[in-house]
Design a protein around this ligand. Structure first.
Ligand code: UD1
Length: 417
């Protein structure tokens, strides 16, 4: 079993490099299937989810190698069109392989995806968009069987700007004849990054990062070299840790604009935050103050993935904060664990009212990826020793988490026994 032992109460000081974005590298790895050539991806974080995506690519026939943070995928040969059940179960984002496998092979077989237990997470929007583009989809014993002989571009209106559904539709649309428009598309920066990758491969795509994306079906055939954009959620997590622990922390290799809503909340809580180029420096107050209501929204609103780490910081504040989770219905599971550290959190449906107070160390268990990161933030700020268990969740999305925090002066040790 893996766990962190954290001696809380240390202020954080120094600078920390931000890794490439998990939520960008996963769809881009899936997209490497399209060009039937060589794809060189820089700034790829070494995460459990990234390893799962690489295993899927290898299963499908691709040759993949890693050197430092550069991953090279040769997709010349793709001779399978299924994603094994274990890998689907491992992470929900494996559903993102559906579009590229379909576009490349004309058929695909996947089982229903796994991932964090933060809500129902259906894939109806993905399937309905692919059907409209001409895919015949059948469900058989927990598997989804897709066949597409004649994909035709058309207008796809998403009833909600789902990140995954936007990506799957975009990836499938590259193989459609004619023009596809994705209307009410998700606007997350990771979608703009996917578009940039696809353009380098020769796809004709515009509007990525805006609410209407236009794809003129042209098979992307060019080799690609691409650098994955910085992880805004990892960046936000470090900002929350610094705000909760006190001190002064500089993030490097980050895109400040992508963290704007989180920075605003922390400023409201009394932090001085300045950005210059690709760095952000946060100077924490003696104690974080009240923050106005935090409502999670699709980008450019406050990210649901940062709700848990910010809640952990709010638990230590002198004042209160109200959190409203509008994206996933089951995303307050970390609250019960935070309460074990003394946090005052009152939950009613999708709303959590946090009244800040001093936290104490405790033995807690990660409930999901971002919830796990939140427990680490709280443990760092708490007085005394904590033990944070179930690191498999945290390993999915944070590269060298303990090492990076140690570099800032935190006392955190990983134990695997
Ligand atoms: C992505 C991110 C995840 C983030 C989330 C929201 C990746 C790998 N993961 O997940 O970290 O928390 O965006 O920013 O990029 N929905 C449906 N039907 C569908 C698809 C989604 O009802 O077919 C609902 C979901 O249940 C949820 C909401 O839409 O309530 C948002 O989901 P979505 O944007 O699709 O999130 P993911 O792409 O799964």
């Amino acid at each position: 079993m893996s766990y962190y032992v954290v001696q809380g109460g240390q202020t954080l000081r120094g600078s920390v490099p931000i890794s490439g974005a998990k939520n960008s590298v996963l769809p881009i790895l899936a997209a490497t299937l399209l060009n039937g050539g060589r794809n060189v991806l820089h700034n790829c974080p070494d995460l459990r989810d990234v390893r799962s995506a690489i295993q899927i690519l290898e299963h499908l026939g691709c040759k993949v190698s890693r050197e430092g943070d550069t991953v090279t995928v040769d997709s010349t040969v793709v001779d399978r069109w299924d994603v094994p059940h274990e890998l689907m179960r491992e992470m929900r984002s494996s559903v993102i392989f559906l579009g590229p496998i379909l576009a490349r092979c004309g058929r695909a077989r996947l089982s229903l995806p796994g991932g964090c237990d933060i809500g129902q997470r259906p894939i109806d929007l993905h399937l309905s968009a692919l059907r409209k583009l001409g895919t015949v989809i059948r469900e058989q014993g927990g598997d989804i069987l897709c066949e597409a002989s004649d994909l035709q571009g058309r207008d796809i209106i998403l009833s909600f700007p789902s990140v995954g559904a936007t990506e799957n539709t975009l990836l499938t649309a590259t193989a459609c004849s004619g023009v596809t428009r994705i209307i009410n598309a998700a606007r997350e920066p990771e979608i703009a990054d996917l578009q940039e990758f696809l353009r380098k491969a020769g796809a004709l795509v515009s509007g990525g990062g805006e609410s209407v994306i236009t794809v003129s079906g042209t098979t992307p055939r060019r080799d690609v070299e691409h650098t994955i954009l910085p992880d805004r959620i990892e960046a936000a997590t470090f900002l929350c840790a610094a705000a909760a622990c006190g001190g002064e922390v500089t993030l490097t290799g980050v895109e400040p604009e992508h963290v704007g809503t989180v920075i605003q909340c922390l400023r409201d809580g009394g932090c001085a935050v300045r950005s210059a180029g690709r760095t952000i420096t946060l100077l924490a107050p003696q104690r974080l103050g009240s923050m106005p209501t935090v409502r999670t929204m699709p980008y450019p609103g406050f990210p649901t993935d940062s709700q848990a780490p910010l809640m952990a910081a709010a638990c230590t504040a002198q004042g209160s904060a109200l959190f409203i989770e509008t994206i996933f219905e089951n995303r307050f599971r970390h609250a019960a664990e935070l309460q074990r550290m003394g946090a005052d959190i009152r939950i009613s449906g999708r709303t959590a009212l946090v009244t800040g107070r001093a936290l104490h160390g405790a033995s807690v268990r990660s409930t999901d990826l971002r919830g796990g990161a939140a427990l680490v933030v709280a443990a760092l700020a708490a007085q005394g020793e904590s033990r944070v268990e179930a690191l498999t969740h945290i390993d999915r999305g944070y590269e060298h988490f303990a090492e990076k925090l140690t570099g800032l002066g935190a006392k955190i040790q990983r134990r695997d026994d």
